[in-house]
Design a protein around this ligand. Structure first.
Ligand code: AMP
Length: 200
């Protein structure tokens, strides 16, 4: 199953992606995690991304598209994957469509976690206070910037997939188990649609 989890910072994409990888037995591909790993390893990509991430801005499209393209080619992605934090711009969504076409792969669907922005600010503030290994970009100013970037650059991505009838919207404000249940229902519908598609 090839799936995208969409939603603003703090919406619970990471938590839901972890659950999904356990049930679907496919890897969780988080571009944020990959970029943080590249930064820690001191690679060229990490050097380019570091200061941009610290400001809460977006790393250039071609950089993240390249990272994802390479990652999808790994053997553990043969049975599918859950994308978290990618695509974040229209150009990335279009890039992903082209990339999957070239590789002969199909996207099953996109789940958007719909949330209230004010609640996200306090949720991330709580996350920063709870963890000892707090993320450098979880400070209030950067979080506000990340939310604004989401509104301006990532919201159009939902419309892109809605137009292609690939978007499922789930209430991300519900308790974690309820969100997981709603996502499962969406996955069932995606599976049914896929069956119809393969029947031609
Ligand atoms: P995340 O862990 O998904 O919140 O990502 C942390 C930061 O990494 C973001 O604020 C961006 O600076 C960068 N980043 C992650 N994914 C992408 C992406 N798809 N496009 C551009 N920048 C990204």
């Amino acid at each position: 199953m090839r799936l995208i989890l969409l939603g603003p910072p703090g919406a619970g994409k990471g938590t839901q992606a972890q659950r999904l990888t356990a049930t679907l037995k496919v890897p969780h591909l988080s571009t944020g995690d990959m970029l943080r790993a590249a930064l820690a390893a001191g690679t060229e990509v990490g050097r380019r991304a570091g200061s941009i991430m610290a400001r809460g801005e977006l790393v250039p499209d071609e950089v993240v598209i390249g990272v994802i393209s390479e990652r999808i080619d790994q053997p553990d992605c043969a049975g599918g994957f859950v994308l978290d934090g990618f695509p974040r711009t229209l150009a990335q969504a279009e890039g992903l469509t082209r990339l999957l076409e070239q590789k002969g792969l199909e996207l099953d669907g996109v789940v958007e976690l719909a949330v209230d922005e004010a609640a996200m600010l306090s949720r991330i503030a709580g996350r920063a206070a709870e963890t000892t290994a707090a993320r450098a970009d979880d400070n209030p100013e950067t979080v506000r910037r990340r939310l604004a970037v989401y509104r301006e650059q990532t919201s159009p991505v939902a419309a892109y997939y809605r137009d292609r009838e690939l978007l499922w919207r789930v209430d991300g404000m519900s308790p974690i188990a309820e969100v997981a249940g709603a996502i499962e229902a969406a996955l069932t519908e995606m599976g049914v649609k896929r069956l119809y598609r393969s029947d031609g």
